[in-house]
Design a protein around this ligand. Structure first.
Ligand code: GDP
Ligand code: MG
Length: 306
């Protein structure tokens, strides 16, 4: 008997901020792995989602989605430069690239700049017009024609990531385009790595939201432990890294009130995403060299480029 054939590969999700990339990744994966937020630029690292799907001919496919953060952020700091480089690297290494465009806003400067970059990429290119729930059909057809004239795409999809409209077609097309070969990640890990990254991102977002005036871009968060407990709750331990002792005091707050508040909000958010109780333990550590240490870039999925 022949074993079921498999396909696997990487698909880079690119697009202007707020186009709906994270929402699309979540819809494709079918579980929440990436932060969705109305604010611009909450995603700091390459968060990957892994979508598993079966093709009509019985082939099983693993689509590894690379969510690309901050391509257009002005990269002053080393960490930011690493992020921008990682974003482009992700697009270049991928088997396919999906450009997500907010169909209501149309193609702005950022989308056009991305299209210029994609012109030289050898990966299969797909155009995903998102938020079609907000736009009349004529406008979609005009936008499809306009963008395909600027840069021809292999396929164009019209979806509402928010309403899961048209998502199955996108997933099938992405999966069909992947090379035949074994899965890149063990199936049971498909959730774990993104969840650790996600959990760190949730806490980092709280640090940022609650302290951005006092602590601009200074903190980084790592998930040290992730323990599934028999009562179906999750125990998560994380370290918030800051660069100086004074910043540690800021994160802790008077009598530990600030860190409590950060932990409470992050725990709430995580519980909602994971749909089960979360026990969250936060440590604050002064890691003066954190922002300059290559090992930490790799730990969060970035390449270090001095
Ligand atoms: P990203 O910055 O590209 O990752 O965009 P997000 O996924 O964070 O989405 C940005 C905003 O657009 C959020 O408020 C989403 O809820 C919203 N959004 C995403 N997809 C859709 C959609 O299909 N329809 C509508 N109406 N809103 C959407
Ligand atoms: Mg996003």
């Amino acid at each position: 008997m022949k074993a079921a054939a498999t396909r696997a590969g990487f698909v880079a999700i690119v697009g202007a901020p707020n186009a709906g990339k994270s929402t699309l990744v979540n819809a494709l994966v079918g579980a929440k792995v990436s932060i969705v937020s109305p604010k611009v630029q909450t995603t700091r690292m390459r968060v990957i989602g892994i979508a598993m799907t079966d093709l009509a001919d019985g082939t099983r496919a693993q689509v590894v989605l690379v969510d690309t953060p901050g391509i257009f952020r002005v990269a002053r700091r080393r960490l930011e430069r690493a992020m921008v480089a990682a974003a482009w690297q992700g697009a270049e290494d991928a088997d396919a690239v999906a450009l997500v465009v907010d169909a209501e806003r149309g193609a702005g400067e950022e989308t056009r700049a991305i299209m210029e970059k994609l012109r030289s990429s050898r990966a299969r290119r797909h155009l995903v017009l998102n938020k079609i729930d907000l736009v009349p059909r004529e406008k979609l057809l005009a936008l499809t024609a306009e963008l395909n004239t600027l840069l021809p795409f292999d396929r164009t999809f019209m979806v509402s990531a928010l309403r899961h409209d048209g998502i199955a077609d996108v997933l099938a097309a992405l999966a069909e385009g992947l090379p035949a070969g074994p899965f890149l990640y063990p199936e049971d890990q498909a959730a774990d790595l993104p969840m650790r990254l996600l959990a760190a991102e949730v806490t980092r977002e709280q640090v940022f939201l609650q302290l951005h005036q006092e602590l601009p871009y200074e903190a980084a968060v790592e998930t040290d432990k992730w323990e599934e407990r028999t009562d179906s709750s999750v125990r998560i331990e994380q370290t918030i890294h800051v660069q100086r002792e004074g910043q540690r005091a800021i994160v802790l707050g008077k009598g530990g009130t600030r860190i409590k508040q950060i932990g409470a909000r992050a725990r709430q958010e995580l519980g909602r995403m994971l749909e089960r109780p979360v026990h969250l333990f936060l440590h604050v550590k002064v890691s003066a060299r954190w922002a300059e240490d290559p090992a930490h870039y790799r730990a969060i999925g970035l390449d270090y480029e001095p």
